[in-house]
Design a protein around this ligand. Sequence first.
Ligand code: 5GP
Ligand code: ZN
Length: 114
Amino acid sequence: MTTCIFCKIIAREIPCTPVFENEHLIAIDDISPVAPVHKLIIPKKHISTLNDLTAEDIPLIGHLLSTGTHLAKTLKIDQDGYRLVENCNAGAGQTVYHVHFHLLGGRTFHWPPG
Ligand code: 5GP
Ligand code: ZN
């Protein structure tokens, strides 16, 4: 029995309506959006943090990022601009310890981030 919320979503122990899904990953709406577009792109493989990636995960990271760019185009935020963000560990704001990219768009972002 997993206690990981994203593994439960992937296993449909928690219902969800994916915006995209394939054998490698699932993309869903964030439950608490911080931008008009806020999707989560989540690998089906449980990896706790970016620090836990291994060499065999390199293609998977490519799948996650290319899905993000594909969704950005589909959602028509690609020209105005968007962010693909991965928070690694608590100091960076990670709260769910299953690697995921945030796709953020539909508003202006500032740099450097707060
Ligand atoms: P982190 O802070 O780890 O980078 O991002 C975790 C994200 O997962 C947060 O933006 C949070 O709102 C989202 N989240 C947490 N629990 C759930 C859930 O049960 N469903 C969905 N769709 N998003 C969740
Ligand atoms: Zn997990």
